[in-house]
Design a protein around this ligand. Structure first.
Ligand code: ZN
Length: 372
């Protein structure tokens, strides 16, 4: 059985099924981020009930705390966090290269940096990234890559592309966990020639899937989406495509429109911690006084535990009093909102009505909220 089946397309937008050792994932799919082996404040049974089909774990953080050896000893990451569905682990490259002040040196062999936990000098190589992810036993392991921030000089992007290929070629043949798939990450920022080069170097290495990396790192949105289309055009249609780090409703719709199958972001839970809800009226900041006496649910089309049980007024009260339940309810709602949005997108692709669904969804999302 192939790893990925494309079941419908509508223009560049795709619907499919990704097969993993812990189950099937209908795509397009939003992957909630469980950085430290937990999607903040949400337990695995709740994730299931929200409709999550795959979660993301973080190699960098789990390597330092509690360590992949400990997790392996306790039966691997699925057992450790009590999530029996598919898990994707990143390679740690994004954390190493995005925490620029902790970076010490990078060369063709690997990268040296200071751990955010205790400041000790540490080194990541493709060999270590493969080893950690094999020990964690994730279903999808990512190759170690170099992800420069937006706006770096072209020669820096060029080095990132070259080393990312070099490292992927080394990581490809290293031991993996049982049934573990391995995805490579394309780089090149907004540079059209480098994006093409990165894909042309990585695609012949025949990975199970390909990520579009190095975007959503501080650049403007229009060129980011343009680079997404460009990057996707060089990827093989029969392999899954993963855009790393997008989770706002509009952004998700735009990358699906450009042929992306998978994406992740901390946005739903991070937004919840700032007291905001994603809704079909746009983003609601529950701290706003206009919700003080609002008896309506966060979103009247949503079936999440927050919307079926509680009012905006009550959730606003919890948020203002910094009650834990407020943050939990907003996290549950925001995750459900994105998961439902992506399911609707998938259904629209299957009906060959994606373009009209997209236009309608974007106009609803960007409509100004009605004042009450
Ligand atoms: Zn809800």
């Amino acid at each position: 059985m192939s790893v990925f089946e494309l079941t419908a397309t509508d223009g560049p937008a795709r619907a499919g099924v990704l097969h993993t050792a812990h189950g099937n994932v209908p795509t397009p799919v939003f992957m909630p981020v469980g950085t430290k082996a937990t999607v903040k404040s949400v337990d695995p049974a709740e994730l299931r009930a929200l409709g999550a089909s795959i979660v993301l774990g973080n190699t960098y953080h789990l390597h330092f705390r509690p360590g992949e050896d400990l997790i392996a000893e306790l039966g691997g990451l699925h057992k450790f966090m009590a999530w029996d569905g598919p898990i994707l682990t990143d390679s740690g490259g994004f954390q190493v290269f995005s925490l620029r002040d902790t970076l010490i040196a990078s060369d063709d062999d690997g990268v040296t940096f200071r751990s955010v936990y205790d400041g000790s000098a540490e080194r990541f190589t493709p060999e270590l990234a493969a080893h950690i992810q094999a020990d964690l036993g994730s279903d999808i392991a990512m190759c170690l890559d170099i992800c420069p921030p937006a706006g770096v000089p072209r020669n820096e992007l060029e080095i990132a592309v070259r080393r990312t290929t070099l490292w992927a070629a080394r990581q490809r043949d290293l031991p993996r966990g049982p049934g573990q798939l391995r995805f490579a990450i394309t780089q090149g920022g907004l540079d059209t020639e480098l994006r093409r080069r990165s894909s042309e170097e990585l695609v012949p290495l025949d990975f199970d899937g390909y990520a579009i990396g190095g975007l959503s790192v501080g650049e403007l949105r229009a060129p980011m989406f343009e680079a997404t289309s460009h990057a996707a055009s060089f990827l093989p249609p029969e392999k899954p495509r993963y855009f790393m780090g997008i989770g706002d409703p509009e952004g998700v719709i735009e990358v699906i429109a450009r042929g992306v199958d998978m994406f992740d972001c901390v946005l739903p839970t991070r937004t919840a911690r700032t007291g905001s809800a994603l809704t079909w009226e746009g983003r609601l900041n529950l701290r706003n006084a206009r919700f003080a006496r609002d008896p309506r649910p966060l979103d009247d089309t949503c079936g999440c535990p927050a919307c079926t049980t509680f009012s905006r007024a009550y959730i606003r009260h919890l948020v203002n009093q910094e009650e834990i339940l407020g943050l939990r309810l907003l996290s549950l709602h925001n995750l459900r909102f994105l998961i439902d949005l992506v399911r609707e997108a998938r259904q629209a692709i299957e009906r060959k009505a994606f373009e009209s669904w997209r236009n309608d969804a974007l106009s609803r999302l960007t409509r100004q909220p009605v004042e009450h």
